[in-house]
Design a protein around this ligand. Structure first.
Ligand SMILES: [Zn+2]
Length: 84
């Protein structure tokens, strides 16, 4: 049984086209920007693209579809590279 996953959706319209303002810092080891301590979503830093406005975010349980699981299994089989 896969663990339950959650999606973040807009509390106004239910869209998952949402963003969270956060800080990133440079990781010299991976040579990538990595998210700093993740900020808790609030109405101050959460934005919904559908509403074109700030919003609050809700967690909704989300199930991998069989197609997603198949693709993930194929990716794992054929792409031996480390996940980023
Ligand atoms: Zn919205």
């Amino acid at each position: 049984m896969p663990a339950t996953k959650y999606n973040k959706v807009c509390s106004q319209c239910g869209s998952d086209d949402v963003f969270l303002d956060a800080s990133a810092k440079w990781d010299i080891h991976t040579q990538q920007w990595v998210l700093d301590e993740v900020t808790e979503p609030t109405s101050e830093n959460s934005f919904c693209n559908e509403c074109s406005d700030s919003t609050t975010l809700h967690d909704v349980a989300w199930q991998d579809t069989p197609a997603d699981l198949l693709h993930a299994a194929l990716d794992a089989h054929f792409n031996k590279k480390d996940s980023v």
